[in-house]
Design a protein around this ligand. Structure first.
Ligand code: ZN
Ligand code: ZN
Length: 288
């Protein structure tokens, strides 16, 4: 037993010595590589997620002069304008990129490309700084590669929030006035408040969905909102994109590569053709 303990201690010492040697070696390496490291450093995005260099190519900015901090920050805050490209034939993503680079010169049409990404579903996604730029680019691609590629400019949507548990006498017509007049301290008239629709939950709670701008969204989420005699909570209104065909999330039936699946019983038929009794429902997305 004694011998074993000594052996363990000896081994431990040995390991520590080795570790020390490795650390000092590593330190000298790091010192050598400092310059390289600095070059590889890229500005972090929101949330501090690391860049995925493999799927993202950022082209150098078109302008050579440095940007003001406020301009750079403003750009990051604003939402990006995107378009996606899909092959009409059987081009691979590399071939699509090659085609683009051969036929389109962004400088010529005054468009600065912020990112060129490959998506998992075979599409290529391009980001540009403004709506105008993405439209110019889209038109040019249509003109020169329209036969090979399908172009889809993504629409930017304003955020939507839901005001929970509003009184019954608040309607779509009077909601805007009620909201702005009863919550004057929030200065809601400055921004966008567009009532879209209201719905009643199973528990009889009436909720109102309104379209707002990002500033108004912040104000509403951070405060309790007075509506008539009620004080209401506000939440983001988020709807997941769900496919009508295969009932899975994050794509639509147009992009679907799955098979017809009933959302209730997971059978291979449409929802309206479902005859399965309620006790035998098996939700597609709940199965492991
Ligand atoms: Zn689908
Ligand atoms: Zn069914």
């Amino acid at each position: 037993m004694q011998a074993t303990v000594e052996e363990v201690i000896r081994q431990k010492d040995q390991t520590e010595r080795e570790a020390q040697a490795t650390t000092s070696k590593l330190n000298s390496c790091t010192a050598d590589n400092k310059n390289t490291e600095r070059m590889l450093e890229t500005p972090r995005e929101k949330g501090g997620l690391p860049h995925r260099m493999t799927s993202r190519q950022v082209l150098p900015p078109r302008d050579n002069y440095p940007k003001l901090y406020s301009v750079a920050v403003a750009g990051r805050e604003g939402r990006k304008c995107k378009l996606s490209l899909r092959t009409k034939d059987k081009h691979t993503q590399d071939e699509i990129k090659r085609l683009l680079k051969a036929k389109i010169n962004p400088t010529e049409i005054n468009v600065s490309i912020l990112a060129l990404k490959t998506l998992r579903d075979g599409r290529i996604l391009i980001e540009a700084g403004s709506k105008k730029e993405i439209e110019t680019l889209g038109a040019k691609i249509q003109e020169r590669c329209g036969e090979e590629l399908e172009i889809n400019i993504q629409k930017l949507r304003n955020p939507r929030v839901v005001i929970l548990n509003i009184p019954n006498d608040v309607t779509l017509e009077n909601a805007k006035d009620t909201l702005t007049q009863q919550n004057t301290e929030l200065n809601l008239t400055e921004g966008k408040t567009d009532p879209k629709f209201s719905y009643t939950t199973k528990r009889g709670m009436k909720n109102l969905v309104i379209e707002v701008d990002s500033n108004t969204r912040k104000k509403l989420l951070q405060n309790r909102i007075k509506m008539g005699w009620t004080i209401c909570k506000v939440d983001d209104y988020i709807v997941a994109k769900r496919c009508f065909r295969c009932s899975r999330f994050n794509h639509t039936h147009k992009e679907c590569r799955g098979i017809e699946t009933c959302p209730l019983c997971s059978g291979n038929h449409k929802l309206k053709e479902c005859n399965t009794p309620k006790s035998e429902y098996k939700y597609t997305n709940c199965q492991v």
